[in-house]
Design a protein around this ligand. Sequence first.
Ligand SMILES: Cc1cc2nc3c(=O)[nH]c(=O)nc-3n(C[C@H](O)[C@H](O)[C@H](O)COP(=O)(O)OP(=O)(O)OC[C@H]3O[C@@H](n4cnc5c(N)ncnc54)[C@H](O)[C@@H]3O)c2cc1C
Length: 284
Amino acid sequence: MIDINTIKDVYKKDNAADMEEIIQKYSNTSSAELEYAKSWTGFKDLILVDKVKECNDIISFYFKDKEGKKLIKHIAGQYLPIKIKSNDDKYNNEIRTYTLSMKPNEHIYRISVKKVEGGLISSYLHDELEIGHAIEAMVPAGLFTLENNKKPVVLISAGIGITPLISMLYDAIEDKKNITFIQAVQNSKIQPFKYDIKKMEEIIKLKSYVFYSNPLEVDEKGKDYYVEGFIGKEWIENNLDLNSEFYFCGPPIFMKILNKALIELGVNRENIHFEFFGEPQSME
Ligand SMILES: Cc1cc2nc3c(=O)[nH]c(=O)nc-3n(C[C@H](O)[C@H](O)[C@H](O)COP(=O)(O)OP(=O)(O)OC[C@H]3O[C@@H](n4cnc5c(N)ncnc54)[C@H](O)[C@@H]3O)c2cc1C
């Protein structure tokens, strides 16, 4: 059983994550527990061990197995289906899926949640879930994952759609793939994972671009962001290798524009991969 008192001291409010340090910190799962993890069926309790504000409207939640046993190592891009544990009827049977935004590992899960105005579960997680509280979760699932080949990888995100792509970035780095990472947000106030990406730039020669659609006065072009505006067809043609595997996630309008641009530029449909954070929609 996890001792809540020993984990309270790791609670951080505004600190960015160092992935290796975090995995190391939580790697004291009991040994020979992998078989237990593999037998995970239905919902099981995970306990919140850390809650970190990433930016204005996004908080990352770190969970461990309640008994301190090993978890199942997710595949980068997969999500965690979760339920809230509460006596309030309004949460009964409400299941939501949150992408694991962490480097895949067996010790600790991270989900990063944007607070949706009027949203039931995202508001509960932001406002009521505290260190030591439990949620129920199913085994990580999902098919939005990296292809197993040597092609260059282009990861493009807008807003909270960054969560599967940041996990893929950690994974692709391990594989020493040729990676381009593109993040589109409004400005620095709502830009998650700035530090994670900077850290990875230090580790490998990552090509990374930040787009701000609405920079603040304090935001410096060339330092905080690379391009003002939106990612368009011409920019893609001039800056990206069209023979790459493309992965993207963000608001539906962003995904439709991107998909159209890539197809018009001659990118093979089988090299275009995306995921919707709501009901799947037509790309037309
Ligand atoms: C594969 C997948 C992965 C995902 N990954 C992430 C992730 O990594 N991070 C993340 O933040 N999200 C992610 N999501 C989205 C997430 O699952 C939820 O949909 C999101 O958090 C909203 O849930 P909620 O319960 O807060 O909002 P809900 O209560 O479901 O509300 C959704 C919308 O309906 C509106 N609404 C609610 N009640 C009413 C009402 N009575 N009248 C009118 N409008 C109303 C809300 O304002 C809101 O706009 C993912 C979704 C999918 C499908």
